[in-house]
Design a protein around this ligand. Structure first.
Ligand SMILES: C=C(O[C@@H]1C=C(C(=O)O)C=C[C@H]1O)C(=O)O
Length: 355
């Protein structure tokens, strides 16, 4: 037993020496690429997506694909940081799911900049105080985040990527137990994701919406004997508040999709999506006319969301996600025809698909 352990540990040490050498070789190359790229943009989402796809495709195991992805996200994060440290704005404070989304996409070698609101994330990136921003755009239980859609319509920023984050909620409190809890604080989205659980386990508790789940924790701690908050485990750990119930979201597949926004048009990766927003003229069959070019050119639509246009009552704009990059011929043709049929079309960006 002792000898066998020693032998395996010796093998691991030799592999770690190789990994150390290879990681530094990789980092040195990334730095050289940084010099070749010069002033141009450091982050190349299409290249990073291709690397991740290739590593997952070639992964022989036993490490699961998800672990390989996480490891390579971190490796690229640290290599990129040798070129330049990126600043990424997100809906704060720290401990929110938005921060988790930043880490999932950019790794840990970036500077996270917590902002007070989704508006603030857009302003921070628009004014150049951060290179990118990460904003929630839809949740699988609660639907679209309207404010993000409205701001995408107004902003000159482009969508440069998406992040899918499984969201698990916890009830956290310093109260003695569930029966002591009279009020539950959380962000309206999180309260919405846990409605059935709350109806069953805390039917009499008042539900109070807070600016963020982290703010909800702080509010709940002011009256800790009879208050609770709904938040993620990361936030609970940050504030050292006991978790009374885990995975209280009504749908265990509960996932929030975030968008990466920035002042950059992303090149094709081979597996991309394009987001756009458009409005239809106010006549019968207009929406059908908008969708026909997509069908004609065999472009699949993965999402269609309507939003009040704010230009007149009962007028709408439509947010679409379609498969493919806007530079791919069939997508470009469909978009050209769409521009002729629609009263207004704005391409929000093409970016690599993630799962
Ligand atoms: C090294 C580069 O810069 C960045 C770092 C990458 C990496 O570590 O592999 C990949 C793409 C870029 O985001 C590059 O452009 O190839």
């Amino acid at each position: 037993m002792g000898e066998e352990l020693k032998e395996y540990r010796g093998q691991i040490d030799r592999i770690d020496d190789d990994l150390l050498r290879l990681l530094n070789q990789r980092a040195a190359l990334a730095r050289k690429i940084g010099h070749v790229k010069g002033e141009s943009t450091v982050l190349r989402p299409e290249r990073e997506a291709q690397i991740l796809q290739r590593m997952v495709r070639n992964n022989p195991g036993p490490l699961p694909d998800q672990s390989i992805t996480q490891l390579f996200v971190e490796i690229m994060s640290h290599c990129r940081a040798l070129e330049t440290q990126l600043c990424v704005a997100y809906l704060g404070p720290s401990g929110t799911f938005s921060q988790e989304a930043v880490e999932k996409r950019f790794g840990h070698a970036v500077l996270g900049k917590p902002c007070n609101s989704i508006d603030d994330v857009f302003h921070t990136v628009e004014s150049g105080k951060a290179n990118y921003g990460v904003v929630p755009v839809e949740n699988s239980t609660e639907g679209a985040i309207g404010r993000t859609l409205d701001l995408l319509l107004q902003s000159h920023l482009k969508v440069c990527g998406e992040v899918m984050l499984p969201v698990h909620q916890c009830l956290i409190s310093r109260a003695a137990g569930l029966s002591a809890i009279k009020r539950v604080f959380s962000h309206a989205q999180s309260l919405g994701q846990c409605q059935s659980w709350l109806n069953t386990h805390l039917p009499a508790a008042e539900r109070i919406a807070a600016g963020s789940n982290t703010q909800a924790i702080l509010l709940s701690l002011e009256k800790h004997a009879d208050s609770a908050a709904i938040a993620g485990v990361m936030a609970a750990a940050n504030y050292d508040v006991p978790v009374l119930a885990e995975n209280i979201e009504d749908d265990p597949r509960n996932t929030t999709r975030f968008l990466v926004i920035g002042d950059q048009e992303v090149a094709p990766s081979g597996k991309d999506k394009t987001s756009l927003v458009m409005s239809a003229p106010n006549r019968s069959g207009a929406v059908y006319d908008l969708l026909a070019p997509l069908a004609r050119h065999d472009v699949s639509m993965t999402r269609l969301e309507s939003r009040p246009a704010r230009s007149g009552i009962w007028e709408y704009v439509f947010f679409l996600d379609i498969e493919g990059h806007q530079l791919e011929p069939k997508v470009a043709l469909a978009l050209d025809e769409l521009r002729q049929a629609a009263a207004f079309v704005k391409t929000l960006g093409s970016y690599p698909v993630t799962t």
